[in-house]
Design a binder for this molecule. Structure first.
Ligand code: MG
Length: 240
């Protein structure tokens, strides 16, 4: 069974309103047990190796206020998102994360964070293990646009991986969209987005159109008030 590429013009996207509770939920797939941190390719830039937040700033600049201990960083409620000091466009990004254990809350209020490419386009982080929410807000959703093809979430507290291939949108000299952003994503090694074409920047309860931006922007991680943990974050720059 083939997996169709999902595009902005796809009727299957247009048919569903944003955060539509009747949109079908992705089928649950057991991805198998968590492993050790993934090896870092020789040509990758390590964004977080486990011990310090050099290379990251707070959302408003200045030092990030997230906690770092025992080889991971952890979102601190109210501290704001963190973003890389380096900027990236097309890239291959590897992120490992774990939802709080024991699980607290439900729906979107449970293990929520997010990986933002170009500080603009979110791959949702959520504890989607036995936690129902709207399909386009599930773990590994391209938030508000495309649910993951499957729900490959591990239990809270277990390490999970995202491997994201991202192509930035292209704009002409007048700022008009030439080609949309595209994402291929693996959650715990399982394909969840196959070259999906984004409708525009991530938003809540809205699908705003593209707005021209720089060719390189930081990666950011969302503070959504939950102590989600991260380790072993690296990136391969595909612009070179
Ligand atoms: Mg989020």
């Amino acid at each position: 069974v083939g997996v169709a590429q999902r595009t902005r013009q796809d009727p299957s996207l247009q048919q569903w309103g944003i955060h539509d509770p009747s949109r079908p939920l992705p089928p649950v797939i057991d991805p198998g047990p968590a492993g050790p941190p993934a090896p870092v390719p020789a040509d990758a830039v390590v964004l977080f190796g486990g011990s310090e937040l050099t290379g990251w700033t707070g959302a408003k600049g200045g030092p990030p206020k997230w906690a770092v201990r025992d080889g991971y960083m952890e979102a601190v409620k109210g501290s704001g998102s963190v973003r890389t000091t380096q900027a990236f466009g097309d890239c291959q990004l590897h992120v490992e994360w774990a939802a709080p254990s024991p699980a607290v809350g439900k729906d979107q209020d449970r293990g929520n964070s997010g990986v933002f490419l170009m500080d603009t386009y979110e791959v949702q982080i959520l504890d989607s293990y036995e936690n129902r929410t709207y399909a386009d807000g599930s773990a590994a959703a391209i938030y508000g646009q495309f649910p993951p093809l499957v729900n490959a979430c591990r239990r809270p507290g277990e390490w999970q991986t995202y491997d994201i291939v991202f192509h930035r949108p292209r704009f002409d000299a007048n700022g008009a969209l030439v080609s949309p952003a595209r994402m291929t994503v693996f959650h715990n090694g399982i394909l969840v987005h196959d070259n999906d074409e984004l409708t525009g920047p991530t938003a809540w309860k809205a699908r705003p159109p593209y707005k021209a931006h720089a060719d390189r922007l930081p990666i950011s991680l969302q503070d959504h008030s939950h102590p989600v943990r991260f380790r072993n974050i690296w990136i391969r720059d595909l612009e070179k």
